[in-house]
Design a protein around this ligand. Sequence first.
Ligand SMILES: [Ca+2]
Ligand SMILES: [Ca+2]
Ligand SMILES: [Ca+2]
Ligand SMILES: [Ca+2]
Length: 498
Amino acid sequence: MTQITVSAVSHRGTETTEVSDKQLHLRKALSNYYPQSEDRTPPGRPLPHWLCALRDSVAISTAGFRYLDRVARSLRLASIFVVTAMAVWIAAHLAFPKDRRSPIRWVRLSSQSGDLPVPHPESKQQTGSLVADLDGDGISDFVISFRQKPPALVWYRRGDNGWNRYEIEKDFLTVEAGGAAFDIDGDGDLDVVFGADAQNNQVWWWENPYPNYDPNVSWKRHLIKNSGANQHHDQVFGDFKGTGKPQLMFWNQKAEAIFLADIPPNPKKTEPWPYTQIFSGSAGAGSPGAALYAEGAAAFDIDGDGRVDLLAGNCWFKHTGGSSFKPVRVGTIGGRIAAGRFKKDRVAQIVVAPGDGSGPLKLYECRGDPINPNSWAGRDLLGVDMVHGHTLEVGDIDADGHLDIFAAEMAKWTDELREADHPGATAWILYGDGKGNFRQSELVVGHGWHEGRLADLDGDGDIDILNKPYTWMAPRVDVWLNNGTGPRKGHALRTVGH
Ligand SMILES: [Ca+2]
Ligand SMILES: [Ca+2]
Ligand SMILES: [Ca+2]
Ligand SMILES: [Ca+2]
């Protein structure tokens, strides 16, 4: 059956449709009998019934063809849309199989494979890691501390194509986790602070010898504290008292206390420093699996009054005058603590990981007066408890303008066993959307993390990740480079909340 295109004019305008040759013959018959259009039919000349039936039949058939044509066109459009959508979806999955919205290509370098110098000749226990631009070239460097054999402090200084290892402290000291950097003597370079572990009651600072660096010459060491109780896990500098010059806060775990010290006017000739206790207490008591001693230290303006506040354990501290602070407990357990604005709000949000214990990774938000502990509500971010979650950092990892969270577990915390204590140790990146929501992704499973840090370690402007395990495959250090190393950028990135 042939198809002929017929055009007709109606009140809806010109319409084009296809009719069969049989229908065309019928139309011709109609036009022969009565060549004028229906509207001009003179009154008094009725059409024969058989022709009326034929006319109606042709009209119905034409309308049916029009309808079928529209249905066919709609089906064609729908199928084109479905096929296009499927093609886009398949292409996106093939291009970014794990992380469609943030396709960061992480390049891991490790001392195990010779990409960086091995941190230590003997020590199996790597305690602290500190990120700071010690030589002032605009690129963050890092320091690792040890406590079993000398040397006690090692500095990784970034060169043109990698890192060179310098020994800041060649002697044997039992250095605890933590560390802080500040220009203590005011000569323009960052000096370094670390504290002793449970075997010693000392806290020290090392004088940066810029620009005279010798990999084999120790920096001059000064005493900050050499009495009282042992163990000093975590320190931070900040102008918490609003004096205009930052103070040093340090934990003293065996005293279950936090101390605050003004930097003395002549720090090179003042040993030890005067310091004041500003907090007594612990975190985690009564929570199964939680570490029974408090740790963690950070500085951030929590209540949005323009002044930096202290965070430690599971509290933030509101300065109330002089050396007095009101600790505001935001959560049940303590550990690693950080703060930032993961959503727009006058009051910052606080993140706590369990540190040297097990428990949830929680984001605390304030609904009311930030000085009232009852205003703070916590939200579990992972849905599973972290096992020895001793790494917690915040920063904009994918550079989309929204703050992200990096949290990771330890794989090994004992010396005795060859095998990992926690083989499934996981490192998570939680990408924030700027509205308080996070998209969870895993960087790696099966690596041991301890005091991992976010910083632009290669100076190309994006945030990289430092992993310094505690006893997992130690001595060892890994650097995870964000999309490898690109062209050098002018300024080193700082993480937020530290
Ligand atoms: Ca540097
Ligand atoms: Ca200095
Ligand atoms: Ca981000
Ligand atoms: Ca980088």
